[in-house]
Design a binder for this molecule. Sequence first.
Ligand code: IPM
Ligand code: MN
Length: 349
Amino acid sequence: PASPTLAVIGGDGIGPEVTAEAVKVLRAVCGDDAFSFVDYDLGAERWKRTGEVLPDSVLAELAQADAVLFGAVGAAPGDKSMPSGILERGLILKIRFAFDHYVNLRPSRLYAGVPTPLAESVTSRGEVDFVVVREGTEGLYCGNGGVVRPGTVHEIATEVSVNTAHGVERVVRDAFERATRRRQKVTLVHKHNVLVNAGQLWNRVFEQVAAEYPQVQTDYLHVDAATIFLATDPARFDVVVTDNLFGDILTDLAAAVTGGIGLAASGNINPTREYPSMFEPVHGSAPDIAGQQVADPTAAILSAALLLDHLGRPEEAARVTAAVTEDIESRTGQRRTSEVGDAIATRVS
Ligand code: IPM
Ligand code: MN
């Protein structure tokens, strides 16, 4: 059979640099012929050149791929020609919604020797190793809402969070399934004391699904309290399940306490495999350091490990993760982006 196709969207800024290292590691661990890589030119630069964000024909091609490897997109912060939201809504979220990426998987692990803002009294409480299962297709990200009397002192702007029983159930179930393969604990994060409509739905579904997994321990935290525990006792978390926006915010904090955004990987997963899943570092395009080969490609490489897992290559995924762990634990001075990729590629081959 033909080798699986990986669509590669390097994007802007450091995106192409870190993605190139992820491709390098995939070739090293699976062999040069294991995948056909197809590059797609998308992002701020494409938009500026052509006015196109994601043409339907490109979306249709991406749908034929076995998985998508995504770098980062975005123009420089001072660049006023690129309005906020164009790429976010038109590219990243468009793909997540079109390909029904209802599990936005974001693992966090504190590797030995990695600088962390966490106090010694916190890290000594236990291993920090958890995954956030962030819902990826609903909530406040749907773009429901609108503006009444725009630009006036009576302007009313609304954003409506959409939560369906179907959408909540499938992501909560995924979290419980993951917990059975991990340390058997799921924490629901929400804010049901204030967001009572959605909160009740999440609570009810969570309890119903939990009843099917008696061996899995459950916990609930309001999102504000969850941020406290991420800073004071992150070892208490195993699998965290939450909605789209809470998950967005929590996973930046999770990255910050586990060595920073340079290490944080993610998978936008369609567990039914009806559509290709997309794997991307949590970080952005970092235009300030683009093109200098100073970005850390580790998050992109760890995202490639999630891709391998998803494509049914757990053994190769584990080799990449192990190589990254060794690489992180043996870090000394500054290395160039390609040197980090080379070092990890050497360890896996
Ligand atoms: C992320 C990003 C995106 C999100 C943006 C760029 C749309 O912050 O992947 O976490 O909010 O999901
Ligand atoms: Mn984010």
